[in-house]
Design a protein around this ligand. Sequence first.
Ligand code: NDP
Length: 258
Amino acid sequence: MSTSTTSLPLSGRVAVVTGASSGIGAASAEHLASLGARVVVLARRADRLADLVARIGKDGGTATAVAADVTDAAAVRAAAERVAAEFGGADLLLNNAGVMLPAPIEELAADQWKHQIDLNVTGLMNAIGAFVPQLVAAAAERGVADLVNTSSIAAQNIFPNFAVYSGTKAYVTHLSRHLRAELGAKNVRVSALEPGIVGTELQNHVTDQGALDWLEGSRESIEWLTAQDVARTVGFIASQPPRVNFQQVTIMPTGQPA
Ligand code: NDP
């Protein structure tokens, strides 16, 4: 079916997805495009973005790649200016780029602490700074816009050795609740998306042996979520009537206890 069909729930919408070159971001971009949104996919790996854009196009959707590092505020602002010029602005931001680098705090892995904070907190804020004005403008014009921030079950539960990652995700969830209260009056819905464990490239960056062993044990004993499971949740959130705002959506693998 062509995505230009007006009955698709997200037709006419412009969705920006950060962290779109793999995992949850890539799957969400594909799903949002299948629901009729024009998607702008943002990450650092331009080759992966080009493949994704081609895949979406082949399936009848519309996608544009913007290679940018979200920790670079000027680059994210330039990306937003391009979205404004080419599409008249975004009305959906899936603020999703992130990294998880667990390790016991006594290892003093300061570079990994900084990497997680720079990307999961500062990168997220750079995208908020660049795109919230567009969301507010779109909501004023068309009655609704969405800011979906990818948090994690780690924002809620306690995972030994995941303190810094969990701290960044607690920030994302708490920030989202505040922004929802602030932006709801302007018809911008804000959601914190909190997946349990999802099989993506996220686990590939882990270097701590204890964490790798824990992940391996988990993979063997639990059927993890897929990126597509989370993508469908993003589509569901964005397809609600304008009065409906999922504030916080936790999606767990059935077998993951906490
Ligand atoms: P992936 O590693 O597959 O995806 C991470 C994405 O972030 C990639 O597209 C990567 O692309 C992008 N990225 C990394 N650094 C930057 C940067 N500096 N600038 C722009 N983009 C960047 O993992 P997931 O899909 O799993 O992760 C997506 C989000 O989901 C993260 O926020 C993660 O914390 C969260 N999450 C994941 C869970 C899981 O179990 N997988 C569970 C709960 C939450 P590139 O390298 O090309 O820049």
